[in-house]
Ligand binder design. Structure first.
Ligand code: GLN
Length: 557
């Protein structure tokens, strides 16, 4: 392939050996003018286009904030915390990367300023800098560079796409932009910079304005980086004149001015970027030979089904952060995947758990075809979650409980079926007489909050006679976790005898991972997070099964 470099090496017996060394291309995605322009979606869409021509791609996010990872940030600050197989608590953009590219990410795919400094300070304490003064340049920028190249040097990828969080010009972004400058200087044509900006429409003037883009590129130039490609987020199409103006003032070719118009769905963006030839510009700027075939047929089929559903269901999403757009991102995307698989549009109805009271369940849930109770931490809104599960159980409404949602299902069952009146999780009530959800022994002495939960992928063995087995179609599964508390095995027998099946168990630690109510059309609680593993190529079986149960529920006479 074109990214390979032929090396001729002479060895002493004078025979010549041909080595093929892969040359990795580094693509940086920076943002200007405003946050929330969709750098993550542009990065993921580019990855999709590169994959469509047979390249191997990974995407990484560098976040300029000082937290070591977003694990300790609340959803108001940072939206959802996404978890990888290796147990990294990461930025939600990694969810988009995986959902678009179907390639697993890991800790190496999300690095913060905090982690960079932590690594540098640890090295300094070990004496690795041999008495030198440790400085932002070169030590911090070298560490940033190291964490970019770590992915390139695995030999697994043709392209490493690195998204730089924040906006250029932010004080905290400076070392990252400086690292991009150095990478460009060191890697030349194997490196390209895509700058995403906003081209606003001024109603009073009746036109699109390029000045903010010009200023943002100037800010990059002041830091020594000339972007190669400018992606312009816009509400209206860019005409030829606007494209020329941006090209001329920002020093790029006209073809490298890419329109990123507001789309109906994020899943349209790879197709829009194909039309705009974003990938072609990347190949051109990195002197990569272009493989002829671009195959996005599976993606097109997905988008086509997404836009032409044959039915609709309403599923309630019960959580305490529903008013935040990004708090349950992966769950909402998983409903899209599970819906498409069933050729069904899932209307997700947000239900704030604090608003649910025993008296208003019928009013809130009466029109729903399914109820999902979301993951979460702490006691706020928990009574409403328990109440909604009671409604789903008693009215045969398909139910999926995720993590805290599953724990609430265990609490509801204990209180209302087993008669354990004050049953609770010890996360909320340490004095309960029935701690049906409790801390694991090994969690009891942990004092630090960051990275100390049960995190990442764990195996789970399914009961062959369960709804879960039916949807997964295999006995051993692996799913990602993010929690401290567990189902208390002391109550396992009580549950099973009363009709709550233990449908999945972690074989190594004998931990309950799935509970299912027998005699109910679809009542499944999972201790893990299936939403982290759903993607366009492989929609998650539990979401496919749950949406299917909701359709059946709706079609009942
Ligand atoms: N707060 C619960 C625990 O730590 C559930 C966490 C979650 O829903 N992710 O066990």
């Amino acid at each position: 392939m074109n990214t390979d470099l032929l090396l001729l090496i002479c060895i002493p017996d004078s025979s010549i050996i041909l080595f093929m060394e892969k040359k990795v291309k580094y693509i940086f995605v920076t943002g200007g003018v405003s946050s929330s322009l969709g750098k993550g979606i542009i990065s993921a869409s580019l990855a999709k286009l590169l994959q469509g021509r047979g390249f191997k791609v990974t995407i990484q996010k560098l976040d300029p904030y000082i937290n070591i990872d977003p694990g300790t940030l609340n959803p108001y600050e940072h939206g959802e915390c996404y978890v990888t197989d290796d147990g990294a608590e990461t930025d939600l953009d990694l969810g988009h990367y995986e959902r678009f590219s179907s390639t697993p990410t890991s800790q190496a795919n999300n690095i913060t300023t905090g982690r960079i400094y932590q690594n540098v300070i640890n090295k300094e304490r070990k004496g690795e800098y041999l008495g030198t003064t440790v400085q932002v340049i070169p030590h911090i920028t070298d560490e940033i560079k190291r964490s970019i190249k770590i992915l390139g040097e695995t030999g697994n990828y043709d392209f490493v796409i690195t998204e730089i969080g924040g906006t250029v010009g932010d004080i905290e972004s400076f070392p990252f932009v400086e690292t991009v400058r150095q990478m460009k200087w060191e890697h030349g044509d194997d490196c390209a910079v895509i700058h995403l900006t906003l081209v606003p429409f001024l109603k009073a003037a009746g036109e699109l304005k390029t000045k903010p883009t010009q200023h943002s590129v100037k800010t990059m130039l002041e830091q020594g980086v000339q972007p190669d490609i400018i992606v312009c987020r816009t509400e209206y199409p860019l005409n030829e004149g606007i494209r020329r103006k941006i090209a001329q003032f920002c020093n790029v070719s006209v073809n490298s001015v890419i329109e990123s118009i507001d789309a109906d769905t994020i899943y349209d963006v790879p197709l829009l970027m194909r039309e705009e030839k974003l990938d072609i510009e990347v190949y051109r700027n990195t002197r990569t030979k272009i493989p002829e075939l671009l195959d996005l047929s599976n993606w097109e089929r997905f988008v086509n089904r997404l836009k032409n559903p044959k039915s609709t269901v309403n599923i309630g999403l019960v959580g305490k952060y529903v008013e935040l757009q990004d708090a349950y991102k992966s769950i909402k995307e998983s409903f899209i995947h599970g819906g498409v698989e069933n050729e069904c549009k899932v209307n997700v109805i947000d239900i704030q758990s604090e608003k649910i009271k025993p008296g208003n369940a019928e009013e809130l849930f009466g029109d729903l075809d399914g109820i999902l109770v979301a993951p979460g931490f702490g006691g706020r809104g928990i009574d409403g979650k328990i109440e909604s599960i009671k409604y789903a159980r008693e009215n045969n409404i398909p139910f999926l409980g995720i993590c805290l949602g599953m724990q609430c299902a265990a609490i509801e069952f204990s209180r209302n079926v087993l008669g354990f009146e004050d049953a609770h999780t010890t996360e909320i009530d340490t004095n309960t007489s029935y701690p049906v959800i409790d801390l694991m022994e090994e969690q009891k002495n942990i004092k630090n909050m960051g990275g100390t939960m049960r995190l990442g992928a764990y195996d789970c063995k399914l009961d062959k006679d369960s709804k879960s087995y039916k949807v997964y179609q295999r006995e051993m599964i692996s799913e990602r976790h993010r929690h401290r508390f567990e189902f208390n095995n002391a109550y396992r027998k009580n549950f099973e005898e009363a009709g709550m099946k233990i449908a999945g168990v972690n074989p190594d630690k004998d931990l309950v991972e799935i509970i299912e109510l027998e005699g109910h059309p679809w009542f499944v609680g999972v201790q893990f997070h299936p939403e982290y593993k759903s993607n366009v190529k492989t929609p998650h079986p539990l979401f496919v099964g749950f949406v299917n149960a909701a359709i059946q529920n709706k079609n009942q006479p």
